[in-house]
Design a protein around this ligand. Structure first.
Ligand SMILES: [Fe+2]
Length: 223
């Protein structure tokens, strides 16, 4: 083979190598991207209209899309030497909103779709009674947190350090979470979660939420 042909062959081989590397990187990025989960199994839940749920699923899918976009853009900016820019800083701040918006909705939808009450002989009932005096006391407190003025989340957390249970108000997705705590039960009290069905009657929405809690999922989150 002439040296011309040989160098042409080497050139083609290296081109093929680079294309394959690029493809594998794209593939890897797609593997790492978050995928919106399907919660259509929740349609038909008592007290939750189909329109409300479908709107809520669409909103959740937006968080998944924006989480992926945020990670991609931050990665591109880092590679482009733009870590010190205000744009990078703002998007980095934004990431907490998008990521938590995605994950909190997943926890919320996944603790719905149940039928029965909390098992009175289970570890969660026992722990709630220990911490709050009774299950009923805990429920009244949790519902009270959910009914607070403002938009946000009511979350029952377990502190893995002390085991303590905390009914927490989270004002924005990215703000107010007790560090390192494990979310057990998540209630969305942003207006989109109930206004289509309940208008301003948030307490009625919270009552409907309680009828549909999937307690086995909540208890399963305990460490
Ligand atoms: Fe929501």
């Amino acid at each position: 083979m002439s040296s011309f042909h040989s160098s042409q062959k080497n050139f083609l081989e290296s081109e093929i190598f680079f294309v394959m590397m690029k493809l594998s990187l794209i593939e890897r990025r797609q593997d790492m991207a978050y995928t919106a989960k399907d919660y259509n199994n929740l349609i038909g839940m008592e007290g939750f209209g189909e329109t409300l749920l479908k709107n809520h699923f669409t909103l959740y899918q937006g968080y998944v899309t924006n989480t992926n976009k945020s990670f991609d853009t931050l990665s591109e900016m880092a590679k482009g030497g733009r870590i010190g820019t205000t744009e990078y800083a703002e998007l980095k701040r934004r990431l907490g909103w998008e990521f938590n918006g995605m994950r909190l909705h997943e926890f919320y939808f996944e603790n719905l779709g149940g039928k029965g009450a909390l098992n009175k002989s289970g570890k969660l009932w026992k722990k709630l009674a220990e911490e709050f005096g009774s299950y009923e006391n805990w429920e009244a407190d949790f519902k009270g947190v959910g009914a607070m003025r403002g938009i946000g989340w009511a979350i029952l957390y377990q502190d893995p350090v002390s085991g303590k249970l905390i009914n927490q108000w989270v004002n924005e997705h990215d703000v107010g979470h007790p560090a390192g705590c494990n979310p057990l039960l998540i209630l969305d009290v942003f207006e989109h979660a109930f206004m289509i069905d309940y208008g301003l009657k948030r307490a009625d929405y919270i009552a409907a939420f309680f009828k549909n809690i999937k307690w086995e999922a909540v208890e399963g989150r305990m460490k």
